[in-house]
Design a protein around this ligand. Structure first.
Ligand code: NAD
Ligand code: UDP
Length: 317
């Protein structure tokens, strides 16, 4: 059985990735500090099928007999954490990525690095292709996240140049679904929690900024296809994975108000500094290389996510 190490495997995306790896008969080890992730995200898995180790990736990885693939998913990802956890985030994506790459190097394993559309900053090119170099404010409040993800990508280039390793970098665009924490702070958990609780939906700014929301199963399918693609196609590559259906945040609020039975209304809150005005992936490369395309619409994805949030909110009530 091939052995996959998944950093951040107790988090939202990591736990869904773990599910698919177990389905595909991998032996899986999760390394997670349980900061923004939760053991409950893996509680449905029979404990003998999974090795979960509480470990902070800023520290060197534990010794393993063998590793075939490292998925480096660990990092807080909510802009709500970019200030309060700035140093932790910057070091998780720099030191933590080094430790992930060292583990892969020792075992001659493939590495998949979770990067982000945030490397494009407030983009001047639209939609964003992998060739676009981005427009990040290196001294702004998002810099600890954005720049450390950019450094993670650069470190991947360095390890590939120096050691010839098979490293693949996935730039993930806004993804949502079950297992996001209701208090995560990102827009979908906020809007769903607010609508289900009957609180007003907090739109930051005038809501004209856009995002393109991908349902988690589509995203994970894209990551797996990339991770499993032949080395001659995918080693050393960077690929955008996300949904191309771009909407304004105000439109998202209206869709949430349609799909949740609620009396909530929309209120405005200040727009955070450096909040990107536009975001939409160009996924031509993923289409061509991976024959991948997202399938789940925003309203369908929200419908699939609502029962999870209802349950979480009733448990915490
Ligand atoms: P999440 O917060 O649910 O998951 C992150 C996981 O990493 C958590 O389980 C957390 O406990 C763990 N973690 C954080 N720092 C760690 C450390 N130092 N050591 C060990 N574990 C640590 O967030 P997510 O949305 O699942 O994000 C997963 C990855 O995908 C992140 O790398 C994030 O930057 C990237 N990403 C996500 C999105 C998205 O829309 N969900 C978009 C772009 C990029
Ligand atoms: N946002 C909002 N209300 C919220 C949370 C977020 O209007 O309660 C906005 C935020 O300003 C941004 C967009 O929704 O323009 C997406 O925010 P999120 O934090 O989900 O991720 P980002 O794409 O900014 O990393």
């Amino acid at each position: 059985m091939a052995h996959a190490v998944v950093t951040g495997g107790s988090g939202f995306l990591g736990s869904h990735l773990v599910d698919t790896l177990l389905d595909d008969k991998y032996r899986v080890t999760v390394l997670d500090n349980h900061g923004s992730g939760r053991p409950a995200n893996l509680a449905h898995i029979e404990p003998s099928r999974l090795n979960v180790r509480k470990h902070d990736v800023r520290e060197p990885f534990p010794e393993f007999d063998d590793v075939d693939v490292v998925y480096h998913m660990a990092s807080r990802a909510s802009p709500d954490d970019f200030d309060s956890h700035a140093v932790e985030i910057a070091l998780t994506n720099s030191e933590g990525t080094k430790n992930a790459l060292e583990c892969a190097r020792e075992h001659d394993a493939r590495t998949v690095i979770a990067s982000t559309s945030e490397v494009y900053g407030n983009p001047e090119a639209h939609p964003q292709t992998e060739e676009y170099n981005g427009n990040v404010n290196i001294r702004g409040p998002r810099a600890p996240y954005d720049e450390s993800k950019r450094f993670a990508e650069a470190l991947a280039v360095a390890y590939r140049q120096r050691y010839g390793m098979d490293i693949r970098t996935v730039r993930i665009f806004n993804t949502y679904g079950p297992r996001m924490r209701p208090d995560d702070g990102r827009v979908v958990p906020n809007f769903l929690s607010q609508a289900i609780s009957g609180d007003d939906l907090t739109v930051y700014g005038d809501g004209s900024q856009t995002r393109s929301f991908c349902f988690v199963s589509d995203l994970i399918e894209g990551i797996r296809r990339f991770a499993d693609a032949p080395a001659e196609d995918a080693a050393g590559e960077v690929v955008n994975i996300g949904n191309t259906h771009e909407i304004t945040i105000r439109e998202l609020a209206d869709i949430v108000l349609e799909v949740v039975d609620t009396d909530s209304e929309v209120v405005q809150k200040p727009l955070p500094q450096d909040d990107p005005e536009l975001r939409c992936p160009d996924i031509s490369k993923a289409r061509e290389m991976l024959d991948w395309e997202p399938e789940i619409s925003i309203s369908d994805g929200l419908e699939r996510t609502i029962p999870y949030f209802e349950k979480q909110l009733s448990l915490s009530a």
